[in-house]
Design a protein around this ligand. Sequence first.
Ligand SMILES: [Ca+2]
Ligand SMILES: [Ca+2]
Length: 119
Amino acid sequence: MDRSKLKLLLLTSIILSLALTTAISSDECDCLPGDANGDGVVDVADAVRGICWLFYPGFFCPPPYPYPTCSGDANGDCGFNVGDAVYIIGYVFKDGDPPPTCDQWRDGGGAFGGCGEIF
Ligand SMILES: [Ca+2]
Ligand SMILES: [Ca+2]
């Protein structure tokens, strides 16, 4: 391998390791509580996905994405169960309270106590 290729390889590895370190250490809160299907919106499809996973977990009913608990936890009680689907239905059809923001879910705020690390 000649010197220029070696330099390019070294530079590429440095850039990749910096990018990876930045991504891992980022404090950005990127979970949308209640968005069980990970499409960026909390709607009835998330309630359906949650119910599907709770009762028929498997290939056709995968867990909330990308975070199995935070992404499914619409009511901010740090767990994922049927109550979250009910909460979403109330939010969508009955003008109920919205799910917590990511920061509220993680750190607490408003009516939410905070669940700590996103999982
Ligand atoms: Ca969604
Ligand atoms: Ca919940």
